[in-house]
Design a protein around this ligand. Structure first.
Ligand SMILES: [Zn+2]
Length: 111
């Protein structure tokens, strides 16, 4: 018996999806439970400040990206396939895509 070759997606060892994703009651935090069972909390300001969309990358290059996003809230979280979420913020910005590995990295950088 020969094993079929693993598809490239498996070779890349993607981070498994969190088992739970919720926005806190005051909308200022995103709470996640990782596939490993770890609880993770990321602030809306931290997430907004870490947005990697083309608009925000450009703003950073131009030096006009805000240093902080005090008082910002998460207004919507939408799944993107099985690898990421799209987060909409109270400043109207909703272009950011946050893959699981990126969210974990943000959390580890905060710890
Ligand atoms: Zn952005």
């Amino acid at each position: 018996m020969t094993q079929p070759a693993a598809p490239p997606a498996l070779l890349a060892q993607p981070v498994p999806a969190p088992t739970n994703i919720a926005v806190s009651d005051d909308l200022s935090f995103l709470d996640l439970t990782t596939a490993a069972g770890d609880a993770m909390r990321l602030s809306a300001g931290r997430l907004r400040g870490a947005c990697k969309c083309a608009h925000c990358l450009r703003a950073r290059i131009d030096g006009v990206f805000p240093q902080s996003f005090d008082g910002i809230a998460v207004t919507q979280v939408s799944p993107i396939g099985d690898y990421a979420i799209n987060i909409a913020f109270s400043d109207g910005h909703a272009r950011g895509i946050y893959p699981w590995a990126f969210l974990l990295g943000l959390h580890e950088a905060e710890a």
